[in-house]
Design a protein around this ligand. Structure first.
Ligand code: SF4
Ligand code: SF4
Length: 90
């Protein structure tokens, strides 16, 4: 799964399942730090997917607003602890 951000200090990562994204840009509109923008990458749904603005990764604080508003459940935050648990399982 493409990882958009890995915050080692706060121990979380932001993921985007780019193939599921419908390109509604709700995540871009709702992000309180304004770090998301439209990319020029089209997915198989013919949607332009979001990306992180260059150099702005550090401003993501894992608030999950993007995750909660996404109608396609394809952008989400995972805590490092959960990621490690999933790795152990696989
Ligand atoms: S809210 Fe979800 S479906 Fe809409 S652009 Fe963002 S990631 Fe894609
Ligand atoms: S977790 Fe919060 S700060 Fe980070 S990209 Fe999503 S809405 Fe923006």
């Amino acid at each position: 799964m493409p990882k958009l951000i890995e915050n080692k200090e706060k121990k979380f990562s932001l993921f985007l399942n780019s193939d599921r994204c419908g390109g509604c840009f709700a995540c871009i509109a709702i992000c309180p730090t304004g770090i998301l923008e439209i990319s020029d990458e089209l997915n198989y749904r013919n949607a332009y997917i979001p990306k992180i603005k260059e150099g702005k990764e550090k401003y993501c604080f894992g608030c999950r607003r993007c995750e909660y508003c996404c109608p396609d459940w394809c952008i989400y935050v995972l805590d490092e602890e959960i990621i490690q648990t999933e790795k152990v399982k696989t």
